[in-house]
Design a protein around this ligand. Structure first.
Ligand SMILES: Nc1nc2c(ncn2[C@@H]2O[C@H](COP(=O)(O)OP(=O)(O)OP(=O)(O)O)[C@@H](O)[C@H]2O)c(=O)[nH]1
Ligand SMILES: [Mg+2]
Length: 202
């Protein structure tokens, strides 16, 4: 249960990140896939993360503090073709700097339920496998296809990515998949706390 959610801070290419917590979950995916909308949906606050119909809205690493105990991190999207080469490069560097910081405990990787993964999605997925970052695949905009096909299509997207064939069908519009994703978040949180407890004993 998310009882409380607040914006903590933003960081650009040089800005400081907030003091770490045992649990930090970040959201990656191409521009416009629905990362910021997912944060708003999970926290029941449609004004928390800024969203936009045009891609390239989120340009900083944004930290949201949930229940005063864990960070949910909104990241800029990749693969925004209309952005200049310089802009694309600096967003890439921002993303890489964050992922390399060693803070992230789990990634929610978002893919559009309607489309096969892009080259950028494939690159992102290879990256997180290479760096051994635990992840959950979420297939967004599930309201755009027939409900009866959601499971099948979401799993197909995961398979196309080269992952085991499982993704959570999700819609920020209808709340489909919200309960499932919140359960997942709860599990991740408990795992993080256990790891923290174990490391204190050592
Ligand atoms: N139909 C539908 N539209 C969605 C859903 N999620 C997001 N959108 C729409 O998709 C657009 C992009 O949403 P954002 O949440 O801003 O996407 P983002 O991934 O944060 O994009 P960047 O910040 O540019 O990387 C907005 O117009 C949203 O209203 C969804 O589940 N269903
Ligand atoms: Mg965004």
């Amino acid at each position: 249960m998310i009882k409380q959610a607040e914006f903590q801070t933003s960081a650009g290419i040089e800005g400081a990140y907030p003091p770490p917590l045992p649990c930090e979950i970040a959201i990656v995916g191409k521009s416009n896939v629905g990362k910021s909308s997912l944060i708003n949906c999970l926290t029941n606050n449609h004004k928390l993360a800024k969203t936009s119909a045009s891609p390239g809205k989120t340009r900083l690493v944004n930290f949201f503090l949930l229940n005063k105990t864990l960070y949910l991190v909104d990241l800029p999207g990749y693969g925004f073709a209309k952005a200049s080469k310089t802009e694309q490069k600096s967003w890439g560097e921002l993303l890489e700097r964050y992922l390399q910081s060693g803070r992230v405990r789990h990634l929610f990787m978002l893919i559009d339920i309607r489309h096969a993964p892009t080259q950028d999605d494939l690159m992102m997925f290879r990256y997180l496998i290479y760096y051994n970052i635990p992840y959950t695949l979420v297939a967004t905009k599930a309201d755009k296809i027939a409900k009866s096909k959601c499971r099948q299509e979401a799993n197909k997207r995961a398979k196309e990515l080269g992952a085991p064939p499982f993704a959570i069908p999700f819609s920020s519009e209808t709340g489909e998949g919200k309960a499932e994703l919140l359960r997942r978040l709860g599990q991740i949180f408990r795992d993080c706390m256990q790891i923290e407890k174990d490391s204190e004993k050592e």
